[in-house]
Design a protein around this ligand. Structure first.
Ligand SMILES: *Cc1c(COP(=O)(O)O)cnc(C)c1O
Length: 498
């Protein structure tokens, strides 16, 4: 496909504002006015519409087909929440609406949503306070670990290490390292959960805390969590809950009750808001009383006269982690989603998510290795080791599924499972969709026996089949401009200088 700049023809327009004949004077000072036109592609409206419609058709999304990407909770985003987010009173709200007095803005409705959302999330997760500021799960982790560091600093604790299980999502150790800690990895036992003997061996007064998700990244609920929390607290370590897997336990149990001190949520996972390629997301962070005073500013407060205001008066706060209100439109969608489902609806959603994952496990465990043969939570981790012995690896099965118009599950994660295939169906999928997926997986297994060679040519239906992954990693070049033929490159150059 061509870039829209390559489609540009000088002088072509989709709409032109008539030249003013009444001499309107710009309110913008002359020195700020653009001297030359912006270097934009010159195309008609129809060309723009076709360009972006064609691009969108190359996009794979939940609205087009099944998307069982493990750990990501790619659940359907109901149109209802989109409608709420598009309400003019919300969508057209300017974040810099005038302040009447310091902190008291005209955006009362928006502040009320944030205020209410904090209360709701406290109820759902058993925490005492929330900040809505962080812009994604990983950003929430950093916010949380910075608060942990502030806590230890204030107490004069000499802390050096953060513990993470070997099954952890890569963002956990990365966050701890960015926050200045060294990482100690705690191995899992043969049941797929944290090995308490190893935990004990690594526990010391220098441990700042533990980052863990429960159910963990192999989809198993760690029922030793009480004991783990007690052990970590015994050295004044803090318990960090990675909330990416909350979909499995919504309304059934709460991280706050399991002994966690701080946690993030991924509203773009659990509470059904769009996942973008790395954003937009929202990663509210909850804390218990131990950490409340370190929360980022600003905080939304409700005054005695019922007015909502932004409060900046928290001297121990870690400061700003994001501008303005965080990703408000996402939080608004999540708020609408939680309210429309209600308590019973949220419990039902997690029940179905868990049921669906167990259904897939039951139907696939004869043909694929199952590293942990026990009831799973909202996702199931299989292994393609048996197929790999025939020359068909997890990645080959993923490529096969692409040609069958199914988004592949997560492969090679968690790292603790060889040839991992991690499937998360979510609660939204019907039995028919799950059965179609099961049939495809069984077909892939059959083909791995009859014609393993054929897998090397998959996918056949995509614009790019098998990129050279080593080359892509070592000599990454995403500059489309450099790859254009010289005449197209010239044309783009004429339109815009990069
Ligand atoms: C998705 C995920 C994260 C990171 O969240 P983002 O919102 O993508 O930044 C962290 N931990 C786990 C277990 C996850 O699945």
């Amino acid at each position: 496909m061509k870039l829209i700049f390559e489609k540009s023809v000088s002088g072509r327009r989709s709409f032109e504002i008539p030249v003013s004949d009444v001499g309107i004077k710009s309110e913008i000072a002359a020195k700020y006015l653009r001297q030359e036109s912006a270097p934009l592609p010159e195309v008609t409206e129809l060309e723009v519409v076709r360009h972006y419609t064609q691009l969108s058709r190359r996009n794979y999304c939940i609205d087009t087909n099944f998307y069982p990407l493990g750990s990501c909770t790619m659940k359907y985003n109901p149109k209802f929440t989109e409608k709420v987010a598009a309400f003019a009173g919300m969508a057209d709200l300017h974040p810099l609406l005038p302040q009447l007095r310091r902190g008291e803005t005209l955006a009362q409705g928006a502040l009320e949503v944030l205020y209410e959302m904090e209360k709701i999330l406290c109820e759902i997760t058993g925490m005492d306070h929330y900040t809505m500021q962080p812009l994604a799960g990983a950003h929430g982790e950093l916010t949380g670990v910075m608060m942990m560091a502030a806590y230890h600093k204030a107490k004069g604790n000499n802390k050096k290490y953060i513990l993470v299980p070997d099954s952890a999502h890569g963002t956990n150790p990365a966050t701890a390292a960015i926050a200045g800690y060294e990482i100690i990895t705690i191995p899992s036992n043969d049941k797929g959960v944290m090995d308490l003997v190893q935990l004990k061996a690594n526990l010391s007064p220098e441990v700042a805390g533990l980052m863990i998700t429960n159910p963990n990244t192999v989809g198993i609920f760690d029922s030793d969590i009480d004991q783990i929390a007690q052990m970590v607290h015994s050295v004044d370590g803090l318990m960090y809950y990675d909330g990416a897997n909350l979909n499995a336990i919504l309304g059934r149990c709460r991280p706050g009750d399991m002994g966690f001190d701080v946690m993030h949520l991924n509203v773009h996972k659990t509470f059904s808001t769009p996942h973008g390629g790395g954003g937009p997301g929202a990663g509210p962070v909850g804390v218990n009383k131990k950490l409340a005073k370190y929360l980022p500013i600003s905080r939304v407060v409700k005054r005695d006269d019922g007015v909502f205001a932004l409060d900046y008066d928290y001297p121990d706060s870690i400061g700003y982690v994001a501008s303005l209100y965080g990703n408000f439109a996402l939080l608004l969608r999540a708020y609408a989603y939680i309210l429309i489902l209600g308590k019973e609806g949220l419990i039902e959603a997690s029940n179905h998510a868990v049921l669906n994952a167990n259904y897939l496990m039951a139907k696939l465990k004869k043909n694929f290795d199952l590293p942990f043969d026990r009831i799973c939570m909202h996702e199931v981790v299989l292994s393609a080791s048996r197929q790999a012995a025939r020359g068909v690896h997890a990645i080959d099965i993923a490529k096969y599924l692409i040609d069958q118009n199914v988004h592949p599950p997560t492969v090679y994660f968690p790292l603790t499972v060889k040839e991992a295939i991690m499937i998360e169906p979510t609660e939204n999928e019907s039995k028919q969709t799950l059965d179609e997926f099961i049939a495809l997986m069984l077909e892939a297994d059959k083909l791995s026996q009859s014609d393993p060679e054929s897998f090397h040519s998959f996918p056949k239906t995509m614009p790019v089949s098998r990129p050279d992954e080593v080359k892509a990693a070592r000599e990454l070049n995403t500059n489309y401009f450099q790859r254009l033929s010289s005449s197209s490159a010239k044309k783009v150059k004429e339109t815009v200088s990069f």
